[in-house]
Design a binder for this molecule. Structure first.
Ligand SMILES: Cc1nn(C[C@](C)(O)C(=O)N2CCN(c3cccc4cnccc34)CC2)cc1-c1ccccc1
Length: 264
């Protein structure tokens, strides 16, 4: 199955955060399900980046947060402020529901417990949730196709920009992908970090009954786009995609940490 590019308007109209969260982030009851394995990979790499390797700073901006907060579970202890962003109103509303402890918000307790286990005390998951809530200070609109993705706001350059599973879904071709990387890279201060989670080798993914476009990317394409955007890649790791093939045809997921070159 391959689809035409899913324009921004389709996202706004047809993307259902509830369907999506149920499909991709409902930890199965029995351990070791395929979807768990993929989310566990994401959580392990964020843990390595922020808790083990010590990437830290003042502000972290997450680009294209979607309706999820798993990407903040390790970074919340390393930054004074986190800014979550997304293009669609319904994704930003879903994040705000969780921040406000709305009873209708998605239950992230399994992911919280998993990260606390990585940090050495699974029982601390409630405190971890409070830490995430107190660190996410703003939830803003973003559009990676704009030179300033946070326009009309002008935000000071951040110590770190993260973006998970976003650009391949937001960019219609490689020209747009390179431009989007330059756009989000402009939000990083010199010497700051860019952390990407990318779906490789895919053309589509499902959220509920709706099929969404995915730009077909290979590791080398991502690496060269990151380098051309002014970053040095510090480390990266690929994992086999284990989403059910009816969910997506992407082959691998790719985690990358890069540092913005300081112009001398
Ligand atoms: C899993 C999974 N989750 N997601 C993230 C998801 C649900 O797509 C999302 O919420 N996003 C990204 C796109 N995004 C955007 C869409 C249009 C324009 C945007 C302009 N600027 C910023 C963001 C824009 C809005 C937030 C993607 C996958 C996945 C991808 C490929 C293969 C397999 C799985």
């Amino acid at each position: 199955m391959e689809g035409d590019f899913t324009g921004k308007d389709v996202y706004g109209k047809h993307f259902s955060p509830k369907d999506y969260l149920k499909m991709y982030y409902s930890f199965s009851k029995e351990d070791g399900s395929q979807e768990d394995a993929l989310l566990n990979f994401y959580l392990q790499k964020f843990h390595k980046t922020f808790t083990v390797d010590g990437v830290k700073g003042d502000t972290l901006i997450d680009i294209g947060s979607g309706p999820t907060i798993y990407q903040f579970l390790s970074s919340c202890g390393s930054f004074r402020e986190i800014i979550a962003t997304d293009y669609t109103d319904q994704n930003r509303e879903e994040i705000k529901r969780w921040l406000k402890k709305d009873p209708d918000a998605f239950d992230w307790s399994q992911a919280l417990k998993y990260v606390c286990e990585l940090e050495g005390d699974r029982e601390k998951w409630v405190e971890k949730g409070e830490k995430v809530r107190s660190t996410i200070r703003r939830v803003l609109k973003c559009d990676v196709t704009q030179v300033n993705p946070l326009a009309p706001l002008v935000v000071a350059q951040a110590s770190c920009v993260t973006s998970a599973l976003c650009l391949e879904a937001a960019c219609k071709d490689l020209t747009a992908y390179h431009a989007a990387l330059r756009n989000i890279g402009s939000l990083v201060k010199p010497g700051g970090h860019l952390v990407l989670l990318v779906a490789l080798g895919g053309n589509f993914y499902m959220a509920g009954e709706q099929m969404f476009f995915c730009l077909y990317l290979e590791k080398e394409t991502v690496d060269s786009a990151v380098t051309e955007a002014g970053f040095d890649i510090l480390w990266s790791e690929e994992a086999k995609n284990s989403y059910s093939p009816t969910y997506s045809d992407c082959k691998n997921v790719y985690f990358l940490v890069a540092q913005k070159r300081i112009k001398v």
